[in-house]
Design a protein around this ligand. Structure first.
Ligand code: NZQ
Ligand code: ZN
Length: 389
């Protein structure tokens, strides 16, 4: 096992009716900026419950945070924070709103000229941030219990990530009943995103870390079992609860302790969103199967372990090593399709001629040595995209 430093201060308030407990965790004298997206929280009762729980606290609203939150929109929120002397942010929504709150929390106290530098330096230049909490309505990103954020600067067509130990939510409320209203597309997206998060931390090479491996395999199997049930029975509480906790555990730092990490699929995916507007999970469903096929030799030992433990493909019974690996990758791709997320570039009208600009964008963003061994060159990224057509 590799050395590691594990730190996660986020308090989780999980279960039915927990939004009311905002009253206990938001400071009583807070001047709150209530941040949300396009309005789903107004239709499913979440907004009303949040306002009731905040009681007599001063609340300013900031709405219109879009999926793949933009720097342009978030800088308007920074202005509102400064004008109204806001001292606490409350993000209510999915990963985009929570990521947006992280950026605003850091940008509002940023001492440089332009907070875009936070993205350019990947968060290493953050020295402080406003305190914030979240109410999660879409299980997917893990943003509710991690310190990462992804922001898009539309004018540059750049989607970039940062992280900082100052950007953990103080708390996150996870009420599975609030996910009943999710469109099926977002249910599928959420399961695929969480699945790929686990894969980015698990599907590398063995370092004799059985706790992390079995934990990761448990999350993958749970997503495979529960994901389709959520599509079939949107109001099954236990299914929603298990999916919600799964997505949080997939990216809260637990399974990445002491193991190598990949993240090449995510970095290529970010360019697909920036240039073609695909949902985050759509990009992952396209890239991951091809990435595994192209990097089969580097990942051989873990692919065989994955085939056996996650997909029950056994030595002797299910063919030789290569056929078991191929079958496991095929089943992964089938699972994404089963969740309603298409897995080819052509499904989204992206053509071979679109690949060179994607590779150039990776180069511009210095994504030239990706993966757990930093050996995913631009040429390999291009091959992955070509195999995804
Ligand atoms: O904006 P509203 O009206 O709220 O609608 C949203 C949005 O249109 C809707 N929605 C959310 N909860 C709902 C609901 N609709 C009905 N009922 C509910 N309960 O869902 C749509 C998508 O929301 P969004 O927040 O964009 O989705 P998601 O949670 O998948 O977040 C995606 C963003 O997170 C980033 C992605 O890159 C992307 O920008 N990521 C953040 C990560 C992190 N912080 O660790 C890691 C991830 O890899 C990812 O990169
Ligand atoms: Zn993701």
């Amino acid at each position: 096992m590799l050395n590691f430093d594990f730190y996660n201060p986020t308090q989780i308030l999980f279960g039915k009716g927990r939004i009311a407990d905002l009253n206990k965790v938001v400071p009583a004298d807070a001047k709150v900026l209530l941040m949300y997206g396009g309005g789903s929280i107004k239709h499913n009762g979440v907004f009303d419950e949040v306002i009731a729980a905040l009681g007599s606290r001063s609340v300013t609203e900031f709405t219109g945070i879009e999926p793949n939150p933009s720097y342009e929109t978030l800088m308007k929120a920074v202005e509102v924070v400064k004008q109204n002397k806001i001292d606490f942010l409350l993000a209510v929504g999915g990963g985009s709103v929570i990521d947006g709150a992280k950026f605003v929390a850091a940008a509002a106290l940023f001492e440089g000229d332009d907070p875009w530098a936070i993205l350019e330096k990947r968060g290493t230049n953050i020295t402080k941030a406003l305190p914030f909490g979240s109410v999660l309505t879409l299980p997917a990103t893990g943003s509710e219990m991690n310190n990462g954020s992804v922001v898009t600067r539309k004018s540059l067509k750049a989607k970039m990530a940062f992280s900082s130990r100052h950007c953990f939510p103080l708390f996150s409320v996870l009420d599975p009943t609030k996910t009943y209203t999710l469109p099926l597309r977002q249910v599928g997206n959420g399961a695929v995103d969480a699945f790929v998060h686990v894969m980015e931390q698990y599907m590398t090479y063995p370092v004799n870390a059985p706790v992390q491996d079995r934990f990761a395999e448990g999350l993958l199997k749970t997503l495979i079992e529960e994901g389709p049930k959520a599509l079939a029975n949107p109001e099954d509480y236990d299914v929603r609860a298990n999916l919600m906790w799964c997505a949080t555990m997939a990216l809260n730092g637990m399974i990445s302790t002491g193991v190598p990490q990949d993240w090449a699929t995510h970095m290529i995916g970010h360019e697909l969103t920036a240039l073609h507007g695909l949902d985050h999970a759509q990009t992952l469903a396209i890239v991951l199967p091809s990435m595994l096929r192209i990097r089969k030799e580097a990942k051989r030992a873990k692919l065989l372990q994955y085939a056996e433990r996650v997909w029950d493909l056994r030595e002797g019974r299910d063919g030789d090593e290569d056929s078991r690996i191929d079958a496991a990758i095929g089943k992964t791709q089938d699972f994404f399709e089963q969740m309603g997320v298409k897995t080819h570039l052509s499904d989204y009208a992206i053509k071979a001629s679109d690949i060179p600009p994607l590779v150039s964008a990776l180069e511009n963003h210095r994504m030239v040595a990706l993966g757990e061994k930093r050996d995913v060159t631009l040429d390999i990224s291009r091959q992955v995209l070509e195999l995804s057509l």
